[in-house]
Write a protein that binds this ligand. Structure first.
Ligand code: G
Ligand code: G
Ligand code: MN
Ligand code: NA
Length: 253
């Protein structure tokens, strides 16, 4: 209960901050997108990572107002970057299960887009496979979100429920290959085969694809040879604060 109260206070006192991880087009080495990831700048504990508070936020329902803060902060920051002359690129935001099942999610997102003035084409919402288990709900929700003009990606792809039949029916734009598959592509032929197959499938289904958790040059080369266009991972950059991200946007990664 103590942590829960602290989280409520943190929202009021604006103690949350966003970090940003670049998404890089392999061919050009250019940053083509960023994922927003929350941190808690705690007055005593310093920078607290999301795995220490997101699970409780999800349990308690606080993830809804926290998620709304993330959405607004990400849209606002992306709009600011565009006003400052940075090359426009999408910012992706993680949606939690509760947000995805929230009444009037579309209205809330559309309100944030209006408030911040961000073009919906520059917002990407990440959902996980487990949120699509109720197929009818998922299709209806995704159609509503797509009608706003935002992009939708499936995060941690391959780790959850994945019916290829429904994948074809979901109005989504992109798959993010989970880092657990990428980690061993150079040592485990099964993981190499899985990753190569997911990439090939995305091309056939006309989806974009990004590999997460890329940490080595060998992994990068493997992904490039297998026609994966984009990567995210420590090889290029961990999630960084706004100033560090702006430095990379200006000077290259
Ligand atoms: O860098 P990293 O430690 O940021 O993230 C750890 C986990 O926390 C990831 O699984 C990520 O999806 C989750 N996470 C980070 N930011 C957010 C957020 O804004 N909303 C939600 N729902 N999850 C987040
Ligand atoms: O939303 P998602 O669960 O994909 O959150 C991304 C998580 O992955 C964050 O915790 C982020 O810090 C972490 N991450 C990003 N790049 C790498 C990487 O190259 N290696 C590892 N181990 N983790 C990464
Ligand atoms: Mn994510
Ligand atoms: Na992921």
């Amino acid at each position: 209960l103590k942590l829960e109260n602290e989280l409520r206070k943190a929202l009021i006192n604006e103690e949350f901050v966003l970090y940003y991880q670049p998404q890089v087009e392999i061919e050009s080495g250019r940053i083509v997108g960023v994922e927003a990831l929350i941190r808690w700048n705690h007055p005593d504990k310093g920078m607290v990572m999301p795995n220490h508070f997101i699970p409780l936020a999800e349990e308690s329902g606080l993830i809804v107002p926290i998620g709304e803060w993330v959405l607004r902060a990400a849209c606002k920051q992306n709009k600011t970057w565009q006003s400052e002359g940075y090359t426009p690129m999408p910012i992706s935001v993680n949606l939690s299960m509760r947000q995805f099942f929230q009444h009037n999610l579309k209205g809330k997102i559309s309100h944030v887009l209006e408030q911040t003035g961000l073009d919906p084409a520059y917002l990407e919402l990440e959902i996980t496979e487990s949120m699509t288990m109720d197929v009818e709900h998922a299709i209806l929700s995704l159609l509503e979100l797509k009608a706003l003009g935002v992009n939708v990606s499936i995060d941690d792809f391959g780790t959850g429920y994945s019916s290829l039949y429904y994948l074809k029916k979901f109005p989504i734009d992109k798959l993010k290959i989970d880092r657990s598959f990428v980690r061993d592509i150079m040592v485990d032929p099964n993981d190499a085969a899985i990753v190569a197959t997911i990439i090939a499938m995305t091309h056939h289904l006309n989806l974009k694809v990004i590999a997460e958790g890329v940490e080595t040059e060998d992994q990068l080369n493997f992904l490039y040879q297998n026609r994966c266009n984009e990567v995210q991972g420590y090889w290029y950059s961990p999630p960084v604060n706004r100033v560090e991200l702006e430095h990379m946007l200006k000077n290259g990664i």
